[in-house]
Design a binder for this molecule. Structure first.
Ligand SMILES: Cc1ncc(COP(=O)(O)O)c(C=O)c1O
Length: 399
């Protein structure tokens, strides 16, 4: 009997040990846009193709950011922690925040994931729009929080009234503004209403990854006013630094401390710090790139109108195209033309997300789209089942 007991307690210990390790591993698994984009591909994208499936910026870093990266490379053997403090101060000053309200990360995916883990749990739900950016849903899954998906309103804004009604037990209300994938805006007054009427102990997490492309109003003033609001920003979109990795979260220090508990702070790549700093010093960069994106987007919309195709007007570098047929087939047929378009959200199975590329890329997109829509191209690409694709599929099944 004694022997049996010791065996069972040993196996229980090892089971607990294993399960703790497994749950830690899952909690750390951060899902990002490039992972989601690659999971939707049936074939690796050809680098000489039209790459409009991951909301990247084809312009890349601006000239001064490139120069800054090149000139810091010889010092790449040093930690140079003063550079982080400098960029925090620079951003804080631009946003009218105290430095302790700003944290830097290599991209905004980490603080997004950590915020959701910090403020949701088995008893505090994660509330998000449908269709909406999926990363936070995966984060909620890692802490066993319920995911409450609320359809966008008729004007494709977040339906803040429905979000409040759907989850009296909410821990996090996630507002992506402009929304990924629709590129549509939610008004400052609606977000303020949500903040004023949300359940006690919850936070509103406002993801402003694409705000610079739009005419939307940031809610950084609500952070300044010490509300229960966290704001995410990234240099991956308008600033063209997705591969360089720089992002930030703004919030009251007590909220940021809870976010810190989930991943802490790690040293930032010096290349990212100097590129971000140089980008922010160029006063023309945001208006110029916003104008370039809007001009190309309007021209694509005018072409879609002329040809009778349906889409949702967007204020961002992406939009939803209603193909009136299974979106997944569309992705394959377009890929056969070397045009890699974005994924489908289950709630809208005939829509595909299109990223706004360069003008020549969008001409290639239009030519391929016409061929596919008129039936001149029906080829389907044979699925490639890579190990990473299979792993992602397993994760996707969880939300
Ligand atoms: C809405 C949204 N938030 C956050 C991110 C994270 O981007 P990154 O980690 O590159 O900053 C993305 C990336 O596409 C996004 O679309």
């Amino acid at each position: 009997m004694a022997r049996d007991r010791s065996i069972s307690s040993a196996s229980r210990r090892s089971f607990l040990g294993l399960s703790a390790a497994a749950s830690t591993a899952i909690a750390l698994r951060i899902v990002t846009e490039p992972m989601l984009a690659s999971a939707a591909r049936h074939k690796p994208r050809a680098q000489d193709g039209v790459l409009i499936d991951a909301n990247e910026n084809p312009l890349g870093p601006c000239a001064s950011a490139r120069e800054a990266v090149l000139s810091i490379v010889p010092q790449g053997g040093r930690y140079l922690d003063g550079l982080t403090d400098d960029l925090v101060k620079q951003i804080a000053q631009m946003e009218g925040l105290k430095a302790e309200y700003v944290r830097l990360y290599p991209g905004s995916s980490n603080p997004l994931h950590h915020s959701v883990c910090a403020f949701t749990s088995a008893s505090r739900s994660y509330v998000t729009a449908d269709p909406g950016y999926e990363a936070g849903m995966f984060a909620a899954g890692t802490v066993n929080a319920k995911v409450v998906k609320v359809p966008l309103a008729k004007d494709y804004a977040h339906d803040v009234h429905a979000m409040l009604a759907a989850a009296p037990d909410a821990g996090v209300f996630y507002i992506c503004n402009p929304n990924n994938p629709t590129g549509t805006l939610t008004s400052h007054s609606d977000i303020e209403y949500l903040v004023e009427n949300k359940p006690k102990g919850s936070i509103v997490l406002v993801d402003e990854a694409y705000i610079h492309f739009s005419d939307g109003t940031s809610v950084v003033d609500l952070v300044r006013a010490d509300k229960d609001v966290l704001v995410l920003r990234t240099f991956s979109k308008l600033f063209g630094m997705a591969g360089l990795r720089c992002g930030a979260i703004f919030g009251r220090p007590d909220l940021l401390e809870r976010v810190d508990n989930y991943g802490g702070w790690n040293f930032m790549p010096v290349t990212a710090l100097v590129a971000a700093s140089a980008s922010l010093k160029d006063p023309q960069l945001v208006p110029e790139r916003k104008r370039i994106n809007a001009t190309i987007r309007s021209s694509v919309f005018a072409w879609l109108d002329r040809n009778g195709y349906s889409y949702i007007p967007s204020q961002s570098n992406c939009f939803m195209l209603d193909t009136k047929r299974p979106g997944k087939e569309m992705i394959d047929a377009m890929a056969s033309q070397n045009v890699h378009i974005g994924r489908v959200w289950p709630v809208w199975p005939t829509h595909v997300r299109i990223t706004v590329g360069t003008a020549p890329e969008m001409e290639q997109f239009q030519a391929a789209l016409k061929k596919v829509m008129t039936g001149a191209v029906t080829a389907s690409v044979a699925p490639v089942r890579s190990a990473s694709r299979r792993r992602m599929d397993r994760l996707l099944k969880r939300v």
